[in-house]
Design a protein around this ligand. Structure first.
Ligand SMILES: CC(C)(COP(=O)(O)OP(=O)(O)OC[C@H]1O[C@@H](n2cnc3c(N)ncnc32)[C@H](O)[C@@H]1OP(=O)(O)O)[C@@H](O)C(=O)NCCC(=O)NCCS
Length: 195
């Protein structure tokens, strides 16, 4: 088994300065993050988003061990009771260096429970990474940004393992949230769309 060298340090988001770093990375990646329609955020909107949501989520920035303060990406983890939902984004300038892979492993540990997510079918990178790290597709949906796969992870915590019951809860949550189903769906109005 190959051991992956740790390249990053995890830094908890606990100041508005770090919230602002998250905003920059978020705004850069809207097209790929957007499994629901996500808006560009101004400084004020980001601060408001943080104030409204910080009680429900944990957020972390990542800095290379060799370049402290040069934040290359962020994750958020929202606790939803028996499971968590993550968001992950890497600064575009830092793509392709293995950071995203390390950050997935970090959030699986930090979540400490099973997880629910969604991924754009057009996002080859995240589909490859999620599959490699144990996410499985449990359903399909459509979004303003394109076809989605709805995904489940049993988590990496021995104390809170994914059970068939939790997988069923997560699948229901994802189907409700995205109007998903067990099979790929044709997007409504697709055949009627004008050129
Ligand atoms: C997806 C994302 C996190 C990848 O981060 P990254 O740091 O560039 O990823 P890594 O360098 O760790 O590469 C991870 C793997 O994906 C592969 N990969 C990268 N880009 C790829 C692409 N376009 N198509 C297929 N595979 C790709 C790499 O080859 C690597 O494979 P390996 O582990 O088998 O060697 C980054 O592109 C990103 O932030 N995208 C925008 C936000 C986003 O999509 N978030 C996820 C949706 S919530």
């Amino acid at each position: 088994m190959t051991k992956v060298d740790k390249k990053l340090r995890t830094v908890k988001v606990d100041t508005l300065k770090k919230v602002e770093v998250m905003r920059e990375i978020y705004n850069q990646n809207l097209d790929m993050l957007g499994t629901v329609a996500l808006p560009y955020r101004s400084v004020e909107e980001q601060v408001q988003w943080w104030k409204e949501n910080k009680q429900y989520l944990r957020a972390y920035l990542f800095e290379p061990l060799q370049q402290p303060g040069e934040y290359v990406g962020f994750i958020t983890l929202t606790d939803r009771g028996s499971f968590a939902t993550p968001i992950l984004a890497v600064n575009k300038k830092a793509w392709g260096k293995g950071y995203g892979s390390e950050m997935i492993k970090a959030y699986l540990k930090l979540a400490h429970k099973p997880l629910a997510g969604s991924q754009l079918v057009s996002n080859d990178a995240i589909r490859h990474m999620n599959k490699k790290n144990g996410w499985i597709v449990v359903g399909y949906a459509n979004s303003p940004n394109g076809a989605l796969e709805l995904v489940y992870h049993p988590g990496v915590s021995a104390a809170f393992p994914g059970t068939p019951g939790i997988q069923a809860i997560i699948t229901r949550y994802l189907f409700d949230k995205y109007q998903g189903s067990a099979y790929p769906k044709q997007k409504k109005g697709q055949s009627e769309r004008k050129e």
